[in-house]
Structures are given as C-alpha cells and as structure tokens.
Design a binder for this molecule. Structure first.
Ligand code: NAP
Length: 503
C-alpha cells in the first residue's frame, strides 16, 4: 500500500515529504499542497510546498554530487540504474495505486506504466554503457589544405545539473525517461513532479533512494508549478531543462537561459483515412488512439480526417466500438475514467458546447458527471469549430470529412502543433508521399500515433517541441561533445599492409 512498508519513511502524518540531499524532509514553509482525487474530487494526498531556499539547497547538493558522480565508472552507474529498475518493478503495486488515486489512470494501465518505466531505466543503462563507451577519432587531412598532423579524440561529457519536469499523465514514465539518461551520462538531477502525480513520483524516487545512489544526486522538490516553476527554470544552477507538458513549455523556453532544452509539448495528432483503408483496422486504432486513458495522451488521435466516400462506414464502425467502452472509476479498470481535474472537464465541455452551437453532429449524447465525461464522437466538424484545432485532452474526438488527400494534409499542416500523425491506406507509395508532406515529428502508417517503444526517436515540430527524445537521443541530448586534439610536429601516415613509414 502507498506510504507504508518501505515507503513509510516518505510520509509525515498525512503529508508526503520531499527528497533532497539523500533524505526525506519536511518543508520549512509549513505549507502543503493538496492533491485532489479526480474520481472522488476530494483531497487524496498532500505534498510539501517547498520554498525557494529549499530549491537553492537542492541545486547546491546536485552540483556537488555531480562532480563525484561524473568520476564514477560507467558500469557502476549502469549497475545502480539496473538495481533501481528492479526495485521499481518490485514495488509496482503501491506506485500503481497512487496513479489510480491521483490521476485516475485505469488500474491495469497504471501497473503497465510502472513496469514500462523499470524496463526503460534498464534499457537506458544498457544503451548508455554502449554509446557513452565510444567516442570518435578524426584525422585532419580530410579537410582541404591539411596534412595529417592533427588527431582529434572526442567523447561525450555530462552537462551538470538537469532539471526534469514531467506532466501529470505519465508522472512516473515521463520522469524516468529524463532521470535515467541524465544519470547514466554522469549528470545529477532535480525533479519537479506534476502536482497531480507527485505522490506516484515520490514513491518512484524512493526506489532510486533504496538502490543507493549517492546523496544529492537526485532530488525531488514538490510544490505548484505556478509557484516554484519560474524559480526552478530560471535558476542559475540548472544546466539543462527536460520538460514535458503543455504550452507552459513555450513560456519556459522564452525565459530559460543559454542552456540546452528538451521540450515535448502538446499535439493535435491527425488520423488521415484514405478510401482504400481497412476500416476495421482504422476503427480499432481510433478507439485505442483516441480514447485510451480517456484521451489524455500527447499522442492521442485528436482529429480524424476521413475521405467523404468512406466516412459514413467508418463513423458507424467507431460508434459501435464506442458503445462497448466501459465508463467509470479507474479502480474498476474502466476504459473511460474521470479526467484529471474539474477545470480540465470544464475546458472539454467548452469545446463540446462550441461544436454544438456551430452545428457538429453528435454521435452520442453528451454526458458528464463531475470529472467523468462519456466518450463522444463529433461528426461533420468544420474548421470554424475550436475542437478542429484545440487539444481537448479528454474523450472527445472530432471527425472532419475531406474530399481530397491535399485537404487532409492542409488541415494537418495548418495546426500550430506537429507532434505525430497517422495515415491509413493499403497503398504504401501514397502513404510515404503523405508522410513526407505531413509537418509532424513522426507519422505512423496504418497504426495510431504512439510514443513507444521508448527507444524510438520521439519529437515534435512547431509548437510541439524542441529536440528529440527516445533513449539514445535523450542520452545524447544530456551530454556535450568534448574534443582533445593531438598536434604532431610532422605529418604522420600509416601505410597499411607491408608498408614502413619513414620516420
Ligand atoms: P502542464 O500544465 O504544462 O504541466 C506540465 C508540468 O509543468 C507540471 O509538472 C507542472 O506542474 C509544471 N509547471 C506548471 N507551471 C510551470 C511553470 N511556470 N514553470 C515550470 N513548470 C511548470 O501540462 P499537463 O497538464 O501536466 O500535461 C498535459 C499536456 O502535456 C498536454 O498538452 C499534453 O499534450 C502534453 N504532453 C506532451 C507529451 C509529449 O511528449 N509531447 C507527453 C505527455 C503530455 P504542476 O502540476 O504543479 O502545475
């Protein structure tokens, strides 16, 4: 159970402690932030509201710890990460319980998130020992005008202190996708978990504590992003920010100093359906892509662009599948569970009302009870409706009927987002042309958008992000190249088989 057994030390009364300098601590602010259970809409947990002074201290210890961590052999760093991964998986039940209570993640998906996170940590450790164990050796005479008098040795060096800020929807997985690459590469890390999801993240951090990482190397400071966010992201001690979330990331990018940024932001992933598509396959993918975790996924299908000639048939198939979705509490492992907050539910309702006023066809009646919104397919959506462009982050999916492929591509590219997209057709040649024309970081052919497998590159264009994630890309992003150049007094060439160079 959460907060008990090995996790008892992270709880003080009814408030979870924050983690700094290798210890679980109470904030001197004496204030707590309440975490509201999306299902009951009552306070489920409380976390410390950390002060700026506590953030300063966490940064100082992170800086000090990083210096000796960078001198720790790579295989030892990997060994500790493997240990943390095993502990994380061993304690999947209490962590999953927090995900259910804090963010209303369906019970099975919550367990999957923790297990996937353990696998991600192990994979990153393995990948790290390979790619960080290699550098480059360059010789000067490939560039015009040079003889072979310079040998250049390059290696990947850590950046220093990484600030990691994940979003509510994957508070464990999107935290470890930053923690593991940061640590294997020799960095230290300060984590600011999302408020909804903070207790899941604190449990996950405790698994790293139990694995025995040096004190100060990992810290987890809690508090509302709106209160300590700016102080963290503009902190002079931060050498790199890895952020996943919404438009907040755009504001952070404008304020952050001259440091590398990894930004994974929102999306409006389009699903383009051609006339020759396998409509059963499309319908299943629309359900999985649009309604898993009640649509609260960055890579959810967020608009369907279907050729008019097959639109009626597709809409009927999707409607039939929606009718089978279970709606209710996450504890019962329902397909559709309450969205994360009342303000989020209100926002979704605003998009639905706007679509109603402007004449969208409702394939189901709109139904809401508290934060629970029943799955809704909106047909005949037109570009003047907000839902055509905005990210509902809920179980409401618009269908726009198109008369040409160009129309679909145009709608996709007119979005300010460019995360992923998908195209369904049996004609692979057409699929490639469409993929190339879509201004998104990834295009899936004949499947819904997805972030995983976690070692695939994952990136957004336009307002959807800066840089690229995925195990290898994140390790590379959290390092810098260092070169050492050996300058020879005379050119030196190896002559190969049988040759003897004249000294
Ligand atoms: P959000 O509101 O942007 O919050 C993300 C994180 O930023 C949270 O930890 C939040 O903390 C923190 N934060 C808030 N204000 C801040 C500030 N001024 N400075 C620094 N940090 C601050 O996003 P969300 O509602 O959690 O997540 C939903 C969004 O994330 C959607 O737009 C979704 O598409 C996007 N997302 C993108 C990806 C991707 O990889 N592209 C993956 C998942 C989700 P608090 O919780 O304390 O406010």
């Amino acid at each position: 159970m959460a907060g008990t057994g090995v996790f008892a030390e992270i709880l003080d009364g009814d408030v979870y402690k924050y983690y700094a300098d290798g210890e679980w601590k109470k904030s001197s602010s004496g204030k707590a932030v309440a975490i509201i259970n999306p299902t009951t809409r009552k306070t489920q947990y409380k976390v410390q509201a950390c002060t700026q002074e506590e953030v300063n201290k966490a940064m100082e210890s992170a800086k000090a710890a990083q210096k000796s961590w960078a001198k720790t052999p790579l295989w030892k760093r990997a060994e500790l990460l493997h240990k943390a991964a095993a502990i994380l998986k061993e304690h999947k039940a209490p962590i999953a319980e927090c995900l259910v209570k804090e963010i209303a993640k369906p019970a099975k998906d919550a367990v999957t998130e923790v297990v996937r996170s353990g696998d991600l940590v192990s994979y990153t450790a393995e990948e790290g020992v390979r790619i960080l164990g290699e550098g480059k050796f360059l010789v000067s005479d490939s560039f015009p005008g040079n003889e072979r008098t310079k040998y250049c040795l390059t290696s990947k060096i850590p950046l220093g202190v990484i600030l990691a800020i994940p979003p509510f929807n994957y508070p464990v997985n999107l935290a470890v996708s930053k923690i593991a690459p940061a640590l294997i590469a020799g960095n230290s890390l300060v984590l600011k978990p999302p408020t909804q999801g903070a207790v899941s993240a604190l449990h996950m951090v405790h698994c790293f504590h139990l694995a025995g990482f040096p004190k100060g190397l990992i810290s987890c400071v809690t508090g509302k992003g709106s209160e300590i966010g700016d102080f963290l992201t503009m902190h002079p001690g931060v050498n790199c920010i890895s952020f996943t979330g919404g438009d907040t990331g755009i504001a952070i990018s404008k304020k952050a100093g001259m440091i590398p940024l990894q930004m994974e932001l929102g999306g409006k992933d389009a699903c383009i359906v051609l006339e020759d598509a396998d409509l059963d396959l499309v319908a299943s993918n629309i359900i999985k892509g649009g309604f898993s975790y009640s649509g609260q996924r960055c890579t959810a299908v967020k608009v369907v662009l279907v050729m008019e000639s097959v639109a009626d048939a597709l809409v009927e198939k999707v409607k039939a599948k929606i009718a089978k979705l279970t709606v209710g509490p996450p504890e019962d492992d329902c397909d559709i569970t309450p969205v994360v907050s009342e303000s989020s539910a209100n926002f979704i309702e605003g998009l639905v009302k706007d679509a109603k006023e402007k004449g969208a066809t409702f394939c189901q009646d709109y139904k809401r009870d508290g934060n629970l919104i029943w799955p809704l397919l909106l047909d005949d959506v037109r570009p003047d409706m907000r839902i055509a462009w905005e990210e509902p982050f809920g179980p409401v999916l618009p269908v726009i009927r198109i008369n040409s492929i160009e129309e679909g591509i145009h709608h996709c590219n007119a979005s300010n987002f460019g995360l992923q997209g998908c195209v369904f057709t049996k004609d692979v040649n057409k699929a490639i042309l469409i993929s190339d024309a879509m201004e998104t970081g990834t295009v899936q052919i004949n499947s819904a958008p997805a972030r995983g497998p976690d070692h695939f590159p994952f990136q957004g264009l336009k307002d959807s992000g800066i840089g690229s994630q995925g195990v290898t890309n994140s390790i590379n992003m959290m390092t810098k190249i260092k070169s050492t150049v050996i300058n020879l007094p005379t050119p030196s060439y190896t002559l190969g088989n049988g040759g003897h160079s004249k000294l």
